[in-house]
Design a protein around this ligand. Sequence first.
Ligand code: OGA
Ligand code: NI
Length: 304
Amino acid sequence: MEKMLHATPTPTSLPGCFVFTPEQLPPATTAPVSLPTIDMSRSRDDVRRAVLEAGKELGFFQVVNHGVPEQLMRDMEAVGVDFFKMPAADKADFYSEDISKPHRLYSGTIYETGTEEYWRDCLRIAYDFPAGDHIKDWPDKPRNLREIVEKYILLARGVGMELLQLVCEATGLRRDYFEGGISGGDVILHINHYPVSPDPSKTLGLPPHCDRNLITVLLPGAVQGLEVAYKGDWIKVQPAPGTFVVNFGQQLEVVTNGMLKSIEHRATTNSTLARTSVATFIMPAGDCLIGPAEEFIDEDNPPL
Ligand code: OGA
Ligand code: NI
């Protein structure tokens, strides 16, 4: 637990291991580029056209009127905030550096590199859809965490699956292409906590990365922090209440043979406000073989 950033007082200056060079951390543009917002209550024709357009242009978009109650989104964010506010003793059982653990609390590192240090703490929770047998192993504090996370993860997964079906309809893939093993892995929830940082200009909460799953549904939280790569620049995503940020993962890029791209993004930190975001990842089952669908392959478009 000593490695958890949020459990120790904010240092007055940034420890060296968190410092990035200016080349590693080019500032974001100040140009007002905003992500396209897709109103999912519009006609199905409109929505699928918008998803395809946004997917080809930016690979990132926002959705509103997606069917997840705003109160549940607020509850999810609040329970994430409350988790990190609990005394260290209530969280210590979940702290682990073992990346094979499905549910764990950890800090700073990302993916298999495991060494870089970022200004982020994370609670990872896995849901074995549809059985839900994992729930008994989730943190049971705060008191309402299990109930809220279960409700939330099912609905957030539903939004992701609906968007995948719209991708099918828009591209000519059979409607159930993303059912079964390809979306049958555990649904992973990251409750990202970015504590107040001594120097946001020199560190990152998450380094530039692409998500490796099929599709990600992000509850960005109330504080700005997410930035998306766009034409050699970084654009800041302004969070809006009731809105999810959606991006395609690398597995979807593979299936569509590069037509829908998994775009790099990063998270910055803030010198006055802590930030909590909640990412839901839809993943293939571990034994599912992923390749480009034949609809995306022809003489001019060999498998990438
Ligand atoms: C992620 C991610 C962005 C954010 O968890 O993969 O990119 O704004 N999060 O927290
Ligand atoms: Ni990401």
